[in-house]
Design a protein around this ligand. Structure first.
Ligand code: GLN
Length: 496
């Protein structure tokens, strides 16, 4: 097995013991990026010099006898929504092209402090709005399982990078599904921590009451290790939870479902779901029972209204958050020739700098928040949000975790949904409720769909601050599949 095929935990152990250097590990991944990224398009920016310098620093610390953290020297691909002082931060938008943040996001800072090596910044749907990366101003990323298909989104560059073995780990943000959905369609583990469990400081804001940074990895333990490194209380984020990080690494190692009560969300299977997705989902339910869980059906009636509520709340917040791109403070400025007013320059810049989906959301949000419509749209959506939270609370009185398919279908072909926003929005049907309620939720691979041979994801949802349960169940399933498949799902990926 070459270095790029090893897990993050294995790489960290090799580096800590001195069997390989952090520089060798980074070099191997940078070579892989040079070899395949022209086809995959995972990265917007590769930071070769900065990465090698960081790797050398880790090697020097080891040589000096310093104790290294659990992921020191391990390379990581970083979503371009996180502020990085030494690399561009574009958020997949022309309006931020050329902008260099004056500070690091808390997640960025914690990665650096833990000795992770940031290889570069990954592609994403513009301002994290989308499910395919096709809304990136810099072109789409591709799914390593089938280059004609999308890698999901909005964190699609991050999922593509890890699935193509360009990095063992990556970061994402999940506002309505942007970590779990891309993880599901590329055969990865992707975790949305409890809202407030990971810091939003220095994350370019889309919908502030929903945005949640989280990890991507090729196995559950690696995801837990990364989760533990960058999450936890941050006084710079006013909605950060001041509580210890749930014991996610211990849970990933525990990997048992014995005696656990698992609820199948009734509303999330049936019509509109790809048969191959449902088949794998039902198999996963049977496996959980076989391993000692008690699987029951649970009804969460308000989940049906989660998508319409989300598409009022998220655009409302985005219309306010994106007002800061005023042509004066960041990146692009169009038409500032001395003859135009500030207002005209702002209008020209926003017209040229934002893509169609971002403009659509700003308009929907501005409308939903406008006087006379506020109660009918935004107010109503907030009431639905409360009902969804109540459904979760009631469900978690009966069961320890809830499960569903992560997405209704496998990865779709590039272009198929690009001109049909409603079809695109449906990719997040099952993931949105956990964002609206702030719960923890993970996607783990559960096999390949018979129709197209593409990966299928299983979603495990846990209560607020019950993140460890996601890892515990995910790891148990992963172990069961390892026996069944004789290895990890990604070893079956045809293209790479
Ligand atoms: N696909 C959803 C949207 O377009 C979710 C995006 C996200 O989680 N950032 O809003």
């Amino acid at each position: 097995m070459t270095l790029i095929h090893k897990s993050a935990a294995e790489l960290a152990a090799l580096i800590a013991s001195g069997e390989v250097s952090a520089v060798e590990v980074s070099r191997a991944h940078l070579d892989r990026i040079a070899e395949v990224d022209e086809q995959v398009g995972a990265f917007l920016h590769v930071a070769e010099d900065a990465a090698l310098a960081q790797a050398r620093a880790v090697d020097a610390r080891r040589a000096a006898g310093e104790e290294l953290g659990p992921l020191a020297g391990v390379p990581i691909a970083h979503k371009d929504v996180f502020a990085t002082t030494d690399m561009p931060t574009t958020c997949g938008s022309k309006i931020l092209e050329g902008w260099r943040p004056p500070y690091d996001a808390t997640v960025t800072r914690r990665l650096r402090e833990a000795g992770l090596v940031i290889l570069g910044k990954t592609n994403m749907d513009e301002f994290a709005m989308g499910s395919s990366t096709e809304n990136s101003a810099f072109g789409p990323s591709r799914n390593p399982w089938d280059l004609s298909r999308v890698p999901g989104g909005s964190s699609g560059g991050s999922s593509a990078a890890v699935a193509a073995f360009e990095a063992p780990l990556s970061t994402g943000t999940d506002t309505g599904g942007s970590i779990r959905q891309p993880a599901a369609v590329t055969g990865l583990v992707g975790m949305k921590p409890t809202y407030g469990g990971s810091s939003r400081y220095g994350v370019v804001a889309f919908a502030s009451s929903l945005d949640t940074p989280g990890p991507f990895a090729r196995n559950v333990l690696d995801a837990a290790l990364l989760h533990a490194v960058f999450s936890g209380h941050d006084p710079r984020d006013s909605t950060s939870i001041d509580a210890p990080v749930p014991p996610v690494v211990e849970a990933a190692r525990q990997a048992s479902v014995e005696g656990l009560r698992v609820g199948v969300v009734n509303e999330f299977s049936g019509e509109g779901y790809q048969p191959g997705v449902l088949a794998r989902f039902h198999e996963a339910c049977a496996l959980l029972e076989e391993f000692g869980a008690k699987v029951v059906e649970v009804s969460c009636p308000s989940f049906r209204y989660a998508m319409p509520a989300y598409y009022l709340i998220a655009p409302s917040e985005c219309s306010s958050n994106l007002a800061r791109f005023d042509a004066m403070r960041f990146g692009l400025r169009v038409g500032d020739d001395g003859t135009r007013s500030a207002e005209e320059v702002m209008a020209l810049t926003r017209a040229a700098g934002f893509g169609p989906e971002v403009k659509r959301r700003i308009m929907i949000g501005t409308y939903a928040l406008s006087s006379g419509y506020y109660d009918a749209y935004y107010g109503q959506a907030q009431k639905v949000r409360t009902l969804i939270t109540r459904d979760f609370t009631a469900a978690f009185e009966q069961v320890d975790v809830l499960i569903s398919p992560t997405t209704p279908t496998t990865a779709f072909p590039i272009g198929e949904r690009a001109d049909d926003p409603m079809a695109m929005y449906l990719a997040d049907l099952c993931t949105i409720p956990a964002n609206l309620a702030g719960n923890a939720a993970i996607s783990v691979p559960c096999g390949l769909a018979d129709e197209d041979g593409m990966p299928v994801g299983l979603q495990i949802m846990a209560p607020v601050l019950g993140d460890d349960r996601c890892y515990r169940v995910g790891a148990a399933l992963e172990a069961a599949y390892r026996d069944r498949w004789g290895g990890s799902l990604l070893e079956k990926a045809p293209a790479f």
